[in-house]
Design a protein around this ligand. Structure first.
Ligand code: CP
Length: 302
């Protein structure tokens, strides 16, 4: 494997190797000196054309913990504002010797295009509404850590599936790893091609909750919406929001996940977000170990 562009490219063995490697590397985070020499002399470029809090900082921390040199490039404040293309930007950074390029871009397919232009490994950190592979891998890692298995796990992914790269990457990865996924959303927030996805679909959150080991809540991506997809935010929350009352109807050991950023009061109440059953900050911590694993496996040459 040279690039990480889609979780659909991963076999069960490859995905399991990434999760197992992340579990080993997580121990580095417990040491007083949180650093390994593994990627000394390698250069990782973080190429971010879209805003990010978790993904950008955790890729940076992961690369630094492996002793790589890191260049953080953000489109804001760069020569992109003068009209420089993605290709020319990428070739400029490659000329500086990038071994790995982590890219987030608003265009679906941007990571695949980049992989044709640069010599190093490309890691997709989110391309439009298409995929977010490391998010799905850290989600699977968190489920396995909390619940001890992925095989046979019942996972509900709830919310704005239409605009979600996290949903697509999770469906592809979780089904490869033996979990059963149900997407829950109003019909207007499901892609027309959803019948071709390897999962079930429901419009009824209350029917799915009692049968779920994991409930993954997704943010409504207002920034990608150019029309109205539901009557009011209040009605959306009433039908598809997770509050304390709904949480109490989930199986006792079921967990609530969220990739972040959360909009409290919309898809998730503050009570649920702050509950010990909500893994949102645990997912962030696991994201560092998971991204260390991916960088190690792609860039170490081993
Ligand atoms: N989950 C996620 O991708 O968060 P950021 O947009 O903050 O990176």
């Amino acid at each position: 494997m040279r690039h990480l562009l889609s979780t659909g490219d991963l076999s069960r063995d490859e995905a399991t190797l990434i999760l197992d490697t992340a579990a080993e590397l997580a121990q580095v985070g417990d040491r007083s000196v949180k650093k390994l020499p593994t990627l000394r002399g390698r250069t990782v470029v973080n190429l971010f054309y879209e805003d990010s809090t978790r993904t950008r900082t955790s890729f940076e921390l992961a690369a630094k913990r492996l002793s790589a040199d890191v260049i953080n490039f953000s489109a804001k404040g760069s020569s992109v504002s003068k009209g420089e293309s993605l290709k020319d930007t990428a070739l400029t950074l490659q000329a500086m010797g990038a071994d790995g390029v982590v890219i987030r871009h608003s265009a679906s397919g941007a990571a695949h295009r980049l992989a044709n232009w640069v010599d190093g490994s490309v890691l997709n950190a989110g391309d439009g509404t298409h995929e977010h592979p490391t998010q799905a891998l850290l989600d699977a890692f968190t489920m396995r850590s909390r619940l001890g298995r992925l095989d046979g796990l019942r996972v509900a992914v709830v919310g704005d599936i239409l605009h979600s790269r996290v949903a697509r990457s999770n469906v592809l990865l979780l089904t490869t790893l033996g979990a059963h996924v149900t997407l829950v959303a109003p019909p207007t927030l499901l892609p027309v091609s959803v019948h071709t996805w390897t999962c079930e679909v429901s419009y009824d959150l209350d029917a799915v909750l009692p049968k779920s080991d994991v409930v993954m809540m997704l943010r409504v991506q207002a920034e990608r919406m150019h029309e109205s997809f539901f009557p009011t935010t209040r009605e959306y929350s009433r039908n598809y929001g997770l509050d304390g009352e709904r949480l109490s109807r989930m199986p006792e050991d079921a967990i609530v996940m969220h990739p972040g950023p959360m909009v409290r009061g919309m898809e998730i109440s503050a009570e649920v977000a702050d509950s010990p059953r909500c893994t949102v900050t645990e997912q962030v911590a696991n994201g560092v170990s998971l991204r260390m694993a991916v960088l190690y496996l792609l860039l170490s040459g081993s």
